[in-house]
Design a protein around this ligand. Structure first.
Ligand code: AMP
Length: 550
């Protein structure tokens, strides 16, 4: 028997119209450095998004299904693109401006982007790549920049404001299939070619509802959210669309992502929520310790993208009174997977902490299972480790195969019954909280036992003299693999290896304590700010690290 409910498609268009009309007074504020921030209401943003859609269709000939790429910072114009491009039936393709040139070029060609919106400040990065970006027909420059860099380039060059100027504030939005492509984002591609994840209108709509909900980020129009996490990396964790859906004010950092400007914009614009990877919060903590600023407006901060060391959470709690809330996700999961809000009914702070340091709990729409080393499903007992697999309405079931090609379902990424293999290894507690112990490829297999590199890093980073620590597996004649600890010491400290070793030995099983140690100036990071362990493994293999053996 069928229901008697209406079957209305869940689309980004609906988010755009709703936000413009119902939350018209909410604001997008973009930080501009020294000048007064740029401020626009959602009503203005909505109207400009309509003008952009008109400009793209009538000025540049964009039709349904065309890929329109963005190479932009987090700012209001990027928000306008987020709303306009999917609503007109085209596909928003966010480009990660930190990727190596070859990958960026490959991605534009693979997605066959016809139009590219680019911030003027990024023209020096884009211009040399243009001759190899063959499908591009139009470049739209947003904001100031050295436009002479584009002289003589093949695609036609336009100015963003000129493209919008005088366009109608009406657009007859097409009736879209909610399963149609709305946006796409390529994974950072540490091995092989980058892989394109294509989000649907439906997945974005449902994901937006979850992002805003109280069991995730809990955001309303009383909040101002600061997405430090880039709009070119998994849609800034879904915040732009979620914000327009619920009227959440946005504070956009644009290109001012260093700790100093971030502290300044928090102090003066007083956001209540922010979202970023742990390295950003590490930097901000150091900045605020050196030069205190008022960040008391932040009642919640979402932290994820890589494991948040518990010591960082404690420091934010104790020194700044700011609560970091741990979350897990990935490009393939839109990205919201888990959020670590402690359950109700707890009686002590210690119990709360036990939950806060996990990666968090799954919402109903993300169904997890753990697959053990022998391929069988592991119990949720908080002890049995396995690779995490997930499925749900905003989880990728395949990668983009290229124009006209079949979607890709590599075996190492999708199980035969269609679940996403996350490549993350961990345990799940009986009440559904996930604790990750490693990436499958980073786990250290020592004499038949697994050592969690994340656990060693967390203990090391709780040492008062350690700024950052990354632990990787290196080959060992006797044990197969052993951990190598690379450590960044805080400025002005000179803690010795023996002391760090003893510090670890007091806190973890003795056979897990590394014998190999190296102090490094910085931990290498990927294009999205995560520890790049393959670079560390390679420098070790190439003999470039000054390793001390204890
Ligand atoms: P990306 O697709 O680039 O966003 O990377 C996703 C990967 O980041 C996940 O598969 C995890 O390995 C890692 N990750 C994300 N959030 C967390 C977290 N809270 N703790 C540990 N690892 C995380």
């Amino acid at each position: 028997m069928l229901s008697t409910m209406q079957d209305v498609p869940l689309t980004v268009t609906r988010i755009l119209v709703h936000g413009t009309l119902v939350h018209g007074r909410s604001r997008v504020t973009t930080w501009t450095g020294d000048a007064e921030p740029q401020r626009r209401t959602f009503r203005e943003v909505g109207v400009r998004a309509v003008q952009l859609a008109n400009g793209l269709r009538d000025g540049l000939g964009v039709v349904e299904g065309d890929r329109v790429a963005t190479l932009m910072w987090n700012n209001c114009e990027h928000m306008e693109a987020y709303l306009a491009i999917p609503s007109m039936g085209a596909v928003l393709h966010t480009l990660n401006l930190r990727l190596p040139a070859d990958q960026l070029t490959w991605i534009v060609n693979h997605a066959a982007d016809r139009v590219l919106l680019v911030n003027g400040s990024l023209l020096p990065l884009l211009a040399p790549l243009l001759p190899r970006m063959e499908p591009l027909e139009h470049i739209v420059v947003v904001g100031p920049g050295d436009r002479a860099l584009l002289d003589g380039c093949r695609p036609a060059v336009h100015d963003y404001e000129e493209l919008l100027a005088g366009r109608p504030a009406r657009y007859d939005w097409p009736e879209l299939d909610e399963r149609a492509a709305a946006a796409m984002c390529y994974t950072s591609g540490t091995t092989g070619d980058p892989k394109g994840v294509v989000y649907s209108h439906r997945s974005i709509y449902l994901h937006s509802m979850q992002v805003g909900s109280a069991e995730s980020m809990g955001l309303t129009d009383h909040d101002t959210s600061l997405p430090v996490v880039p709009m070119f990396h998994v849609n800034a964790w879904g915040l732009p669309h979620a914000a327009f859906m619920s009227g959440v004010n946005l504070l956009m950092p644009d290109r001012f992502l260093q700790p100093g400007p971030l502290a300044e914009m928090i102090e003066s614009e007083r956001p209540t929520h922010a979202a970023a990877v742990p390295t950003i919060w590490q930097g901000l903590l150091a900045e605020l310790t050196a030069k205190p600023r008022d960040v008391s407006s932040l009642s919640r901060v979402t932290i994820g993208g890589s494991a948040c060391p518990p010591s960082l959470m404690k420091a934010f709690d104790e020194q700044l009174g700011v609560r970091l809330c741990h979350a897990w996700g990935m490009t393939e999961t839109s990205p919201l997977g888990t959020v670590a809000l402690p359950p109700g009914g707890l009686e002590s702070e210690a119990e709360e902490w036990a939950y806060r340091v996990t990666q968090g709990r799954f919402p109903a729409s993300v169904e997890p299972r753990l697959i053990g080393p022998d391929g069988s499903e592991m119990p949720w007992d908080g002890e049995s480790a396995g690779e995490l697999e997930v499925r749900g309405p905003w989880i990728a079931g395949a990668y983009y195969g290229g124009a006209g090609a079949e979607p890709l379902r590599p075996e190492d990424k999708f199980s035969p019954d269609g679940w996403l293999r996350t490549g993350d290894v961990g345990v799940i507690s009986p009440d559904g909280f996930l604790t990750l112990t490693d990436r499958a490829k980073d786990v250290i297999k020592s004499g038949g036992e697994w050592i969690s590199s994340v656990e060693l890093e967390n203990v090391l980073m709780s040492h008062p003299d350690v700024a950052e620590a990354a632990v990787v597996a290196v080959p060992d004649e006797r044990w197969g693999e052993r951990p190598l600890a690379t450590v960044v010491l805080l400025e002005g400290t000179s803690t010795g290896y023996q002391e760090l070793r003893d510090f670890l030995a007091e806190r973890i099983a003795h056979w897990q304590v590394p014998e190999r140690w190296a102090v490094v100036p910085a931990v290498p990071k990927t294009s999205v700010g995560k520890f790049d362990k393959k670079v560390i493994r390679k420098s070790y293999a190439d003999g470039e690290l000054d390793v001390t053996r204890l």
